[in-house]
Design a protein around this ligand. Structure first.
Ligand code: GLV
Length: 314
């Protein structure tokens, strides 16, 4: 069995070693320009068109991340370039859900507990009481209730936030989180929310979903936490909403252009917290174990989870 690994920075050695430990019988190689040789499995992140060219024997493509927009060409880079009939498999949790929950909870609690304001007071040497917020006044809307979104929503609920969540198709569970779905349920989820958390997959339907129209539906002085994709956000709309006070502040981990260009207005905008796409890193050991387990299952003729529906985009 041949496994071909691609990473845009060419650093595949650690994945080669890791997969070899789990699958000692496999022949594993890192992709080099011009490699169009047969492979049974592709393991990749942000592939170029050559890697994705139809390849003899190809049985499945494993994405080294949760979001598959870069593989599907959602932003129009190179649409429909997936080899026909080959399943694309995304990472499921693999240690990302806990990281996301930590990151989003830290940001939400910082806003709720007014820590930004205490930070500002500290720089002035001010010892000053601030009236505590009430959880009842801090409804949180989580957009995207899949593996990561559900874990994040439950973590927020554990702090007492009233949490609602939205997903495209219906789902019910016993989490106590108010679940909305479909176009009709969207407004009910976001209306009056004080914190908006975005965990949606990037698809043609969700590009630019974080825009002025949506901000206007939130409570005045709302907070945005975007941990999904930069292309979800209309950047100028956020800057205008921060100016008008409709949005009080935002925590952004993802950007339309990454790294965020040094002259980007976000660097100088007040009340923005920016991090370099670190909210949920792909953890090598967990990732390798998950992918190796799925390859072994496929080789035994068993079915696996995490297969992407290319038409849906996730
Ligand atoms: C990271 O952005 C991922 O999609 O896993």
């Amino acid at each position: 069995m041949d496994i071909l690994i691609f990473s845009p920075d060419g650093k595949t050695a650690a994945y080669e070693t890791g997969l070899a430990e789990h699958l000692p019988q496999a022949s594993i190689r890192g992709w080099q320009p011009g490699d169009t040789a047969p492979a049974d499995y592709l393991v990749l992140w942000k592939p170029n068109a050559q890697v994705l060219q139809p390849r003899e024997r190809l049985k499945a493509i494993f994405n080294l991340g949760a979001g598959v927009d870069a593989v599907l060409g959602t932003r129009g880079e190179d649409a429909q370039r997936l080899p026909a009939g080959v399943p694309l498999v995304r990472l499921e949790d693999a240690g990302m859900a806990d990281q996301m929950a930590q990151y989003v909870s830290a940001a939400a609690l910082r806003y709720f507990r007014r820590l930004d304001e205490f930070d500002a007071q500290q720089t002035q040497g001010q010892w000053k009481f601030q009236k505590p917020n009430r959880l009842a006044d801090f409804p949180v809307a989580v957009l995207g209730y899949g593996t990561l979104g559900a874990h994040v929503a439950k973590a927020l609920k554990s702090f007492g936030f009233p949490v609602r969540a939205w997903r495209r198709s219906p789902r019910s569970d016993d989490s106590g989180i108010t679940l909305h779905h479909g176009e009709a349920g969207f407004d009910a989820c976001v209306s009056g929310a004080r914190i908006l958390v975005n965990l949606l997959p990037l698809t043609p339907q969700t590009v630019n979903v974080l825009n002025a129209g949506l901000f206007a539906k939130l409570a005045h002085g709302a907070f945005l936490i975007n941990v999904a994709r930069g292309a979800h956000l209309v950047e100028d709309d956020l800057l205008a909403a921060l100016d008008s006070g409709q949005m009080a502040a935002a925590t952004l981990d993802v950007f339309r252009t990454e790294p965020l260009p040094t002259d980007h207005p976000f660097w100088r905008a007040p009340r923005l917290t920016l991090t370099p796409h670190i909210s949920a890193l792909t953890l090598r050991d967990e990732t390798v174990a998950q992918i190796a387990g799925k390859i072994a299952a496929l080789e035994r003729g068993e079915s696996i989870t995490g297969i992407v529906d290319p038409a849906r985009g996730y």
